[in-house]
Design a protein around this ligand. Sequence first.
Ligand SMILES: NC(=O)c1ccc[n+]([C@@H]2O[C@H](COP(=O)([O-])OP(=O)(O)OC[C@H]3O[C@@H](n4cnc5c(N)ncnc54)[C@H](OP(=O)(O)O)[C@@H]3O)[C@@H](O)[C@H]2O)c1
Length: 294
Amino acid sequence: MRVPDVVSARWLVTGAGGMLGRDLVEVLREHGEVTAADRARLDITDTDAVAGAVAGHDVVVNAAAWTDVDAAEADEAAATAVNGHAVAGLARACAATGAKLVQISTDYVFSGDATEPYPEDAEPAPINAYGRSKLVGERAVRELLPHAGYIVRTAWLYAPHGRNFVTTMLRLAKERETVAVVTDQRGQPTWTRELAQQVAALGDAALRGAAPPGIYHGTATGQTTWYGLARAVFTVAGMDPTRVRGTTSEAFRRPAPRPAYSVLGHGRWRLAGVPLQAIWRDQLIAALAGRSAP
Ligand SMILES: NC(=O)c1ccc[n+]([C@@H]2O[C@H](COP(=O)([O-])OP(=O)(O)OC[C@H]3O[C@@H](n4cnc5c(N)ncnc54)[C@H](OP(=O)(O)O)[C@@H]3O)[C@@H](O)[C@H]2O)c1
C-alpha cells in the first residue's frame, strides 16, 4: 500500500470562522495545505458548492454547525438542515472523491443519566433538539463513509477568542462581585487548540491507514462541573474563587435541557496511536497563558 506523504496533505476546514475552526486552520497549517472555508466562502447546505469545495482535498474537517442549543429547540428542522442533512452532503462529496471526513460532533448525543464515562459505542439518546440534529449527522457519516468517516465528539469547548463559558466568566468577574454557576452538570472542559491538535493527529493517522474509522471522543481528561470550571477560571486569572457561588439547573432554567453527566471515555484513541488530551485544568492554565498544554 502506498503511504501518502502526510506533510503535503490537502485539508479543507469548513466552518473555518468559528471558535474551533479558527484553531483548526492554524494547527493544520503545520500538517499540510489548508483551505479555510468560512460560512461566507462555503455554506455547507449548498450541495453543489460542497461538491466543488471538497474536490482536490485529502481530508475534510467539518467544524461548521448550528451551535445555538436553545434556538435549536424552537427550530429543529433548521438545525437539522445544517447538523444533519448538510453533513450527509459532505459525506457524499467525500465518498465521490475518496477524501476522509472528520465530523465534529457532541456529548449532547447522550442523555446524561450515566454515572461512568460514556464509551464510544454507548447508545446515543439525545434529550434536546441540538443533540438529535447532530446525531442525524453522525449517522449519515457512518452510513455513507463506513471506511473513511471519522466522528470526533467533543464537549464544553472554550478558547481565549470567541464567546464561551471561560470568556463569559472573565467578563462577569469584572462586572459583578459574585457569579452563580450550576453545580449539577459534570463534563470535560476542552480547549479548542488541544482538540485541533488531536484532530490533526487523527487525520494524519487516517491518511497513513493507521486509524480505524468511526467514533472518537475528543475531550479533555479529568472532569469537573461548570461550578468547578468557573472557580478554576477565577483562580488561574488571579481572582478570589469564593466569588463563584453554586446554583442548580432547576434554578437556572433554559429552553433546552442539558445532560447532567457529560463525561466521555477515551478508549478508542489507542487504536489510532493518537495521544489523549491533557487534563482539563492544565489545558485551562495553558489557554489563559497563551501557550500549549503540557
Ligand atoms: N462549543 C461547544 O461547547 C461544543 C460542544 C460540543 C460540540 N461542539 C461542536 O464543535 C463544532 C465547532 O463548534 P464551535 O464551538 O466552534 O461553534 P461556532 O463558533 O458556533 O462555529 C460554528 C461555525 O459554523 C458556521 N456555520 C453555521 N452554519 C453554517 C453553514 N450552513 N455553512 C457553513 N458554516 C456554517 C458558523 O458561522 P456563523 O457564525 O456565521 O453562523 C460558525 O462560524 C461544532 O460541530 C459543534 O457542534 C461544540
